[in-house]
Design a protein around this ligand. Structure first.
Ligand code: SF4
Ligand code: SF4
Length: 217
């Protein structure tokens, strides 16, 4: 039930079209940033950057590879962030029963300090980010406004390589399984990240910890 996004990372070219489309649709400001030694820019997610393409150079089976990781909220089936936020303010984070989207409510901006820290720490993927003054949280909302109007999320629509596909959860899981079989012919260690637990299903060609720093490590 609900919607999902399948992300085949073996197709991602790191063009950042999804990152820019997200900023445009959400009317989010650009950020002054700095060179951190890679093409990744800005260096991390923030209150104003809720989707980010991570760039990593990694040695995969003895070969140097460039790994690209379009990072966003995974829209967990049982989102711990919503459970924790509910203890502090009703509706601070919401879980849409129809699509499965997890999104912020206005009362999130009234929270700060340890409450916001507790919500952030509940996320196993280190996704939500607070404002510079430590108040409130921002995260991807699955483009719920677009989905409800029958459109794809802005990032999916912008992707020129077919890395991201959006649709009904059962079809996305089926597609992910099919693609995994194909990709394994080339990358035998490929696998799917947490299918059945999250609505943004990544197909990794190798260990996900090579794509990004896992907060649980
Ligand atoms: Fe919440 Fe994090 Fe799951 Fe997104 S990935 S729904 S922010 S717990
Ligand atoms: Fe990768 Fe598609 Fe995003 Fe470009 S738009 S960085 S190909 S996911």
């Amino acid at each position: 039930m609900g919607k999902s996004i399948f992300v085949d990372l073996t197709r991602c070219t790191g063009c950042r079209g999804c990152q820019v489309a997200c900023k445009q649709w959400k009317n989010l400001p650009g950020e002054e940033t700095r060179n951190t030694g890679s093409h990744q820019n800005p260096p991390d997610l923030s209150f104003d950057t809720i989707r980010l393409v991570r760039f990593t150079e990694a040695r995969v089976d003895g070969k140097l590879e460039w790994l690209f990781f379009p990072e966003q909220c995974r829209h967990c089936y049982q989102p711990p962030c919503v459970r924790v936020a509910d203890d502090f303010a009703n509706g601070a984070l919401k879980h849409d029963p129809e699509t499965g989207a997890v999104y912020t409510g206005p009362s999130i901006m009234e929270l700060g300090g340890k409450k916001i820290q507790a919500i952030r720490e509940s996320c196993p993927y280190d996704i939500p980010r607070s404002r510079k003054d430590g108040k409130g949280l921002a995260k991807c909302d699955f483009c719920l406004d677009r989905i409800r109007a029958g459109m794809k999320p802005a990032c999916v629509l912008a992707c020129p390589t077919g890395t991201m596909v959006f649709g009904e959860e059962e079809y996305m899981l089926e597609l992910a399984g099919k693609r995994l079989k194909e990709v394994r012919k080339r990358y035998p260690k490929a696998y799917l990240g947490d299918p059945g637990n999250v609505r943004v299903i990544y197909l990794y060609q190798t260990d996900h910890r090579l794509y990004y720093q896992d907060p649980l490590d």
